[in-house]
Structure formats: C-alpha cells, structure tokens
Design a protein around this ligand. Structure first.
Ligand code: Q46
Ligand code: ZN
Ligand code: ZN
Length: 322
C-alpha cells in the first residue's frame, strides 16, 4: 500500500475515500480536512476565541493540537469529574490534559466537580434520583452546564468538542431508531448560539475514529487510552460496534449515513420538529436557560445531592467506589 501523494509506504488506508497516505501526508491531511469542515460549516474564524473541551483523550487533545497548528486562538477546558475508583480515570486524564497544555504553553481552565459542586459524579448519581447505577445522566447534565457556563463567563464565542464521525453516527443511529425528531433536528456539526447558550461546534465530525486515533499517535500526543469505566456496556458502544461491522462490509457506510442525514435535514426533512422546541427561560438560581418553568435540572439535581449529603438519613459521605 503506497501513499497516493508521494509513493512512500502508506500508514493508513481510508477506504471510504479510496485514499492511502504515508505518515507525513496523513498528519498534513487531518488539519487540512479539519480546516475544510470549519469553513464548510462556518464554525469559527481566526479572530474568534474558541474554548476546546478536553477530556485527556485522543479526540479532544488531537483537536486542540490541530486548532493550534491551524493558528486558531484555542484554549482548553478540563472538567475533573472525580471518577477514580480502581482505574484512576479522572486523575490520569487530568494529568494528560495538564501536561499537554504545559508542554505547548497553552491555557487550560480546570473545573473540579467534587470541590466546586460538593461530590464526585458517581456519588452525585447515587444521591440524586437520576439513574443511580449509571452516572452518565448526571455526568452529561453537569458537563453541558459547566461547559456552557465557563464559555459564557470567560467570553469565548465558541465551544468546540472532539466528537468524531463514529460518535456522531452512533448518536444518529440511536436517534433514528427511536425517531427522536427533536434530537435529530438539533444534531449536526454546529449548534447555533441562542440566548444564554454559546455556539457549539464539532470540527472532527467527519473524521473516523481510527483517523483521530492514528493522528494522535503519529503526532506523539500522550492521551488517556482507557475509556471512562462507566462507558462499559453503554448503548453507544453497542451502536458503534454494529456500525463498524457494517462498515467492514461496506466501506463508507458510516460517512454516507451522516452526510445523507445532513442533506435531508438541510432540505427541511426535520423542519416541523425544529419548530416544536419548548420555550426557554433563565433558571432563577443559575441564570442558564431552561424549559422546566422553574429551576433548571442541573440546579435541582445538585441541590438534592447536597441536601442528601448533609442529612443523616441520606447516604451521607459514604461514597463507595467512584
Ligand atoms: S458520561 Fe458516562 Fe462519559 Fe460521564 S460517566 Fe463516564 S461514560 S465520562 S462520555
Ligand atoms: Zn506521502
Ligand atoms: Zn439552574
């Protein structure tokens, strides 16, 4: 297998593009493609400040690396979820994100969830009524809230996340199976700013996970290899697995599923669903927009957690494995 550009030995064959590239051309190709998507979907410009949500993994650190190489003003945000237990996931990922920023002299904002909110995510999940056995619901809710708050408070115009094509297609697959039209109407490379919500973008949304992994590896980026221990057995991993089996038989099926969806959406396929959006009002406690009519679910969830931590009848401080 030879590089299409120079004839040297190729390191990656991207069957969906019928394109093989050597190391040198592959690490050039990834930023070129990212720049193309940033422009195509009008994500942001060189004079805008971008906040990159970094988890310490290959996608988000790879994205930060690419944005830096492309000359964007990109700072990082790491949210320490307090998910440690037997794997040390949060400590390791925090270390990776901090080391990446330090080596390159980049600015990294850190939000420490246990210190700032009062409990690590797995404890909060047990003490709230939101699916005590799976912390992902409290985790997702908290991450979305914190990312939006930080970006707005610190004056960033755009929040970028490292979601790759496999992530996007797994979400699309799940939403399609359930015909979740409200979610489908909001899925895409860009979620425009709304009053109280910062603009959200996904510059890696058309890169396969194997490409972002290869990029991080070839660029010598040190990242946390282990997934969050709570990701085990999740439906999104199951969907990724099913989609990968389809991709093996039909190279390009994931990309075409995503691109055809974007085309259909642009052609107005989900127009009715996008008019159905509930009215948003600022939460009286934190000021972030909510459709609940009172306090937002972030405030209600964390109030309940803190209340239960301080009442003798609650779990108190017996957190169990995080
Ligand atoms: S939601 Fe769930 Fe992730 Fe949070 S608890 Fe871990 S797996 S980190 S993307
Ligand atoms: Zn080459
Ligand atoms: Zn609130």
């Amino acid at each position: 297998m030879k590089c299409r550009k120079c004839g040297e030995r190729a390191v990656l064959n991207m069957r969906q593009h019928r394109l093989s590239l050597c190391r040198e051309h592959f690490v050039e190709w990834v930023p070129e493609q990212t720049q193309r998507f940033i422009e195509k979907y009008s994500m942001f410009t060189l004079d805008q400040r971008v906040l990159v949500a970094v988890s310490g993994g290959k996608d988000s650190l790879g994205l930060w690396d690419v944005l830096q190489r492309l000359g964007y003003q990109a700072d990082g945000l790491y949210i320490d979820l307090g998910i440690d237990g037997w794997t040390g996931y949060s400590s390791t990922s925090h270390r990776m994100a901090a080391a990446f920023a330090e080596r390159r002299g980049l600015k990294l904002h850190v939000v420490d969830v246990p210190a700032e909110l009062g409990a690590p995510i797995p404890v909060a999940a047990r003490l709230s009524n939101r699916n005590a056995h799976k912390p992902c619901s409290v985790c997702g809710l908290s991450k979305r809230h914190i990312m939006n708050r930080l970006a707005r408070d610190l004056g960033y115009e755009v929040l970028a996340t490292g979601h790759n094509l496999d992530d996007e297609v797994a979400v699309l697959f799940g939403n399609t199976l359930h015909w979740a039209t409200g979610y489908l109407a909001r899925q895409g490379p860009v979620l425009d700013a709304e009053p109280g919500f910062v603009r959200k973008v996904k510059p890696f949304c058309r890169l396969y996970e194997r490409e972002t992994a290869a990029y991080a590896l070839l660029q010598g980026i040190e990242y946390v290899y282990d997934e969050c221990p709570h990701a085990d057995g999740s439906t999104s991993i199951y969907y990724k697995d099913v989609l990968n089996r389809m991709e093996t038989e039909r190279p390009g099926v994931k990309l075409s599923f995503y691109l055809s969806f974007l085309q259909a959406r642009q052609a107005g396929f989900l127009q009715a669903a996008s008019h159905d959006e509930p009215e948003l009002r600022p939460c009286p406690k934190c000021g972030q927009p909510t459709s609940s009519g009172g306090e937002c679910s972030f405030c209600r969830t964390w109030d309940r957690v803190r209340h239960r931590m301080t009442t003798p009848a609650g779990d108190g401080l017996a957190p169990g494995p995080a």
